[in-house]
Design a protein around this ligand. Structure first.
Ligand SMILES: [Zn+2]
Length: 546
């Protein structure tokens, strides 16, 4: 028997064979079983995920001599001809090369005649978005009043290019990219049939490289078998296709997040010397960042796509970076990817991207700068450990920011405004004291939070709940403190001053008198006039983000 590529040999033959498209196969099976068939179907999705296979299976289901049936036998003449692509009644047309109005007219002419031996005449038009406008219009006439024996199945990777009047006459199915785990499982299934030993890590590496396309994954497996024979290890996959291992991507990202410029560049150089595809590595890095972002939003969303090792890495690295910084990073790398595409020296652009990324991670946001300045003014030293809102990795760099600022304006220069509550080192549990100290640490530029906190009454704590009370007519300061961000800020401050993990409880008490805001609190809103801030703004010119 002649050699057949895996994608063809293991092409799904029944609805149940379809990998990763259960939502589509279930609906189609029901439609066939209940004989509620549309005249036209539109299958949408990226290439290599089973659109044409689904179309052929549907054609078999409709035209099998035992049909219409959910389980076409696959052995009758009709089924075999459809599978082989030479059925007279199932016409597969490539929209890219038959896109003219002439071809569509021909099709319409042809559609008038009854099928030669099957139940339906089925037109499968692949890449239907390639049809010209005139061809679409000609097709529309047939779609409006299709002969009862005619079914259309369209497939496209770009549905937005299909005439809306066509789309609206079709039942549309969106096929999804196939999760890496399912692809890896399918590759193992093929390996089992072919008596090939495929390391799980190798299967996963292929699946990752195929980016949700089953056909690509199968072709890669073909190539690997030709290259390595019957035993395929992860390294074979990485070497043959120039992929970088997931571990390396995680490692590189870790170094970037920890601002280790030289070691990060070393990873890049090693990969480059090993002949890895720089574009591929960049796109791996970006998709890893995307995973990180998704992970931060919904940790369990990636279970289907990511192996447990990577899950662990994501969990650890998600702690190191905030969302907006992450988004910035994705932007930066995506831009670098665009530049790399046409650049002869891709490594150079990659290097620059890494250095820039680390630099931008180290830039303090305006919030952070102002917060530090507030501390300076309060006479604290830069050696004091500060964890609020900043990732610990950046604190080294930021304390140098503070140091620079203190050099520019010697500490204790009499800027002290109000007498501050003395920082006592003993772990006093008195909630009033804790509150006063926490309150004093609310950054000056957070005027709303500060003013709202100023009118709160401290009530006796309840277990690990730190209770703040408001009088009934002070609802708006209460609402301000109740937002998740502000709550977190207060809780962090409480923990800082007391060393205890408090949960903030905010409550209304009828018997509380409204507190008046201390005068002068609003002065902090005018922070841009502050000479210290102005100095800092100059120092960070062009780098400050709000
Ligand atoms: Zn059949």
């Amino acid at each position: 028997m002649s050699y057949e590529v895996f994608a063809r040999k293991y092409r799904p033959q029944t609805f149940d064979d379809l990998v990763g498209q259960a939502h589509v196969s279930r609906t189609l099976k029901n439609a066939v079983a209940q004989n509620r068939l549309a005249h036209a179907y539109l299958f949408v999705g990226p290439r290599g995920i089973g659109k044409t296979s689904t179309a052929r299976i549907l054609a078999k289901a409709l035209n099998c001599v035992k049909g219409p049936t959910v389980n076409p036998d696959g052995t009758c003449d009709n089924c075999r001809e459809i599978a082989a692509g030479n059925s007279l009644d199932v016409l597969e047309i490539d929209g890219a090369s038959n896109n003219g109005v002439e071809q569509v007219r021909e099709l319409r002419e042809n559609a008038r005649y009854a099928p030669s031996k099957s139940r339906y005449k089925i037109y499968i038009i692949d890449e239907v978005h390639m049809l010209t406008a005139a061809a679409f219009n000609a097709l529309l006439k047939t779609l409006e009043e299709p002969p009862p024996h005619v079914k259309f199945i369209f497939a496209t990777t770009e549905p937005q290019k299909v005439l809306p009047t066509i789309v609206s006459r079709c039942q549309r199915f969106d096929l999804h990219r196939i999760p890496a785990k399912l692809i890896a499982g399918h590759l193992q299934f093929i390996a089992g049939k072919e008596k090939i030993t495929l390391e799980p890590a190798a299967a996963h590496a292929i699946a990752r490289g195929a980016e949700g396309g089953l056909r690509d994954a199968e072709s890669m497996l073909d190539q690997l078998v030709a290259f390595c024979g019957e035993k395929i290890a992860e390294n074979d996959v990485l070497n043959v296709f120039g992929f970088t291992s997931e571990q390396t991507v995680v490692d590189l990202m870790g170094k970037i997040l920890r601002s280790e410029t030289a070691p990060a560049l070393d990873v890049l150089y090693q990969q480059c010397e090993a002949g890895k595809d720089m574009m591929r590595l960049m796109s791996d890095l970006i998709s890893y960042l995307r995973d990180l972002l998704v992970f931060k939003a919904k940790p369990d969303a990636l279970q289907e796509d990511v192996d447990p090792e990577t899950q662990k890495a994501l969990a650890a690295q998600a702690e190191l970076i905030e969302n907006d910084r992450l988004l910035d990073l994705i932007d930066q790398f995506a831009q670098a990817e665009g530049r790399m595409k046409w650049a002869p020296n891709k490594k150079l652009h990659f290097e620059v991207a890494i250095i820039k990324a680390i630099q931008s991670l180290n830039q303090a946001t305006l919030d952070e700068v102002i917060e530090r300045l507030g501390e300076l003014r309060d006479g604290k030293t830069s050696t004091e450990k500060k964890t609020l809102a900043a990732a610990p990795e950046r604190s080294a760099k930021q304390s140098s920011v503070v140091a620079a600022v203190s050099a520019a304006s010697p500490a204790g220069n009499g800027e002290q405004k109000a007498p501050r509550v003395a920082e006592s080192a003993n772990g006093d549990d008195d909630v009033e004291k804790i509150w006063r100290r926490a309150f004093s640490k609310i950054p000056n530029q957070k005027a709303f939070v500060r003013n709202s906190a100023a009118v709160a009454h401290v009530l006796p704590s309840e277990g690990r709940h730190f209770v703040l009370g408001f009088s009934p007519d002070q609802k708006s300061p209460m609402d301000i403190l109740s937002t998740a961000t502000n709550r977190k800020l207060i809780e962090t401050l409480l923990r800082e001053v007391s060393g205890k993990d408090w949960t903030l409880k905010i409550t209304v008490r009828e018997n509380l008198l409204p507190k008046v805001q201390p005068a002068g609190e609003n002065a902090s809103e005018n922070y841009t006039d502050d000479p210290l801030i102005r100095e800092a703004l100059q120092m960070f010119k062009g780098h400050i983000r709000s």
